[in-house]
Design a protein around this ligand. Structure first.
Ligand SMILES: [Cu+2]
Length: 537
């Protein structure tokens, strides 16, 4: 267990602190002889493709508090003890016995592996972000001969955010599996280094999220930042990066939240044009087909490079973490020039629900040399493969009938109570788990509002939201239920006075001017929490 743990602090102050405090803690060696001496403190060693060793490491354990939803940092001492090359990385979360927590109980909001020995290419104020994992748990695979160079002299740090969707404390580890080739070995011959190009629609933000409202965008599709009015105000376009030196992109995979459909990578080039293909001039139908298949994709001076598609295994569709992202084909090679403008976008489905605090990230990997296609001359965007199949931790979808009342049928509760306190994972008035009288929906008149207050739970570092869901919103909790599908949308944000994701507020007022009716809501952080209130003339 490492000596430095900094919970609940903002990304930038934490990193500044670590730059001062961490070197001694980070320099610790792994222990014990293993099947592969250079592996350090390793859980297992297996053989992998191309002479690599597949090494499994665990970082932690993390003591997960009731209802926790915080960002933390942990030095990664569990890693190889010799220099070498990483050719594949797969992240996971596990209990001490090695089983994987069910996603409706414990949820990996994100794990980001940071290399403190290098500066991040697209946000130089950060250390190099080289792997990102959310509950989609994408495997990062580098096509041979490309690999991520690993040096023992460069300390690693894990930025993690683990949600506990329940009041039950637990312990778990971040697990990661790498395919590793020691430097100087015969398998390392001919390998070429790649560097991560972190593309993010909110790049550089301490908590890089945006909100997607139900019904936003066009035809049930909303693309950030394109469909957002004034997404970056007067500031720089956070979804863009100007290529610093020529090179070749070799792979990319996206990160989205539930509701997300795809992330995309584009390149703009001054003076270039994506020209429509003139395939009619080819003599045979086969040649015309080939011409069309290979024609560049894009418009104006912007070419489409890649799409990472969310493949949902979820029977209810694009609403849960039962999903895998596609990466690029093994032969995907895109040549970029210095001064090219790389950009990314994230597209969400908005027919079913709102998606609050969403993300859109695409980590691309770039080599300084090697052959690649010019995306203005030929097509480079082709469908890739999902990086994994359905995962068993996504088996509890929820949405089954329960004994909980339909709030619309309940008699009136307290009249004009003013405040509703949130204490110990319960809305003190109108919580659907309370039963009468406290569980009856409090009643307000048109033009009045209720004020939700979360000071008591906030003092215990438990943060809640009040998020509208479509009545009755009383079915069983799972990865696909409840969702923010209320026809009347309201959302408090994550109430609390810690750093993001909390909003800094301890109170939230329901919107004024709601039409008469019974409104149901849930807590996005702890979705078993449900409540209702009523507006009545
Ligand atoms: Cu909550």
């Amino acid at each position: 267990m490492a000596g430095v743990r900094l919970l609940a602090c903002a990304l930038i102050p934490c990193l500044a602190l670590l730059a001062v405090a961490a070197p001694s803690a980070l320099a610790r060696d792994g222990d014990g002889p293993t099947a592969f001496a250079a592996a350090g403190k390793v859980v297992s060693v297996k053989s992998a493709a191309n002479g690599a060793k597949r090494l499994t490491y665990r970082v932690g354990p993390f003591n997960i508090k009731p209802g926790q939803n915080e960002i933390g940092f942990e030095p990664i001492v569990e890693r190889p003890q010799v220099n070498g090359w990483i050719t594949r990385i797969r992240p996971d979360l596990v209990y001490p016995d090695g089983t994987v927590p069910s996603v409706d109980v414990i949820h990996l909001h994100h794990g980001v592996w940071l290399n403190l020995g290098r500066r991040d290419t697209t946000t130089p104020a950060f250390p190099e972000r080289f792997v990102a994992a959310g509950e989609e748990k994408s495997t990062h695979r580098f096509p041979r001969p490309y690999a991520y160079p690993y040096r023992t002299s460069e300390p690693w740090l894990l930025n993690h955010m683990i949600h506990n969707l329940t009041p039950v404390p637990t312990r778990l580890y971040m697990e990661y599996e790498i395919d590793f080739i020691p430097a100087g070995s015969k398998e390392a011959r001919g390998l070429r280094p790649v560097r991560p190009i972190w593309m993010d629609v909110q790049n550089g933000s301490a908590y890089p999220v945006f909100n997607v409202e139900k019904g936003a965008g066009r035809n049930g599709r909303y693309t950030y930042p394109n469909d957002e009015r004034n997404p970056y105000r007067a500031g720089p376009k956070k979804n863009e990066w100007i290529v610093d030196r020529p090179g070749v992109l070799v792979t990319t995979v996206g990160h989205l939240h539930p509701g997300g459909l795809h992330t995309d990578l584009w390149v703009g080039r001054a003076g270039a044009r994506v020209r429509p293909a003139r395939c009619g001039r080819h003599a045979t139908a086969a040649k015309q087909r080939r011409c069309r298949r290979n024609a560049p994709v894009g418009s104006g001076n912007k070419a489409h490079l890649a799409r990472s598609k969310a493949k949902y295994f979820e029977p209810a569709g694009a609403v849960s973490w039962d999903v895998a992202m596609t990466d690029t084909r093994k032969d995907w090679r895109v040549r970029l020039r210095r001064g090219d403008v790389l950009s990314t976008t994230a597209t969400y489905d908005t027919r079913r629900a709102a998606w609050w605090e969403s993300m859109g990230i695409m980590v691309a990997w770039m080599a300084d040399s090697g052959a690649g296609s010019d995306p203005f001359k030929q097509r480079v965007v082709f469908p890739g493969r999902p990086t994994h199949g359905h995962l068993p931790e996504n088996d509890n979808h929820g949405g089954q009938p329960t004994g909980i009342a339909d709030a619309r049928q309940l008699p009136d509760g307290a009249l004009n109570p003013g405040n509703v306190d949130i204490v110990d994972f319960k809305y003190q008035l109108g919580d659907l788990s309370l039963g009468a009288p406290g569980g009856l929906p409090p009643v307000i008149g048109p033009g009045q509002s209720l004020t939700f207050r979360s000071g008591i739970d906030n003092a215990r570092a438990i943060y809640h939201s009040i998020t509208s869901c479509k009545p009755p919103c009383n079915r069983s909790t799972g990865i696909a239920y409840p969702i923010a599908d209320g026809d009347v949308q309201f959302e408090s944000g994550t109430l609390g006075t810690a750093v993001p994701p909390t909003t800094g507020a301890l109170e939230w007022r329901t919107p004024e001017g709601l039409d008469p009716g019974t409104y149901t809501y849930f807590c996005r952080i702890h979705p078993f929490m449900r409540g209702a209130f009523r507006v009545k003339n």
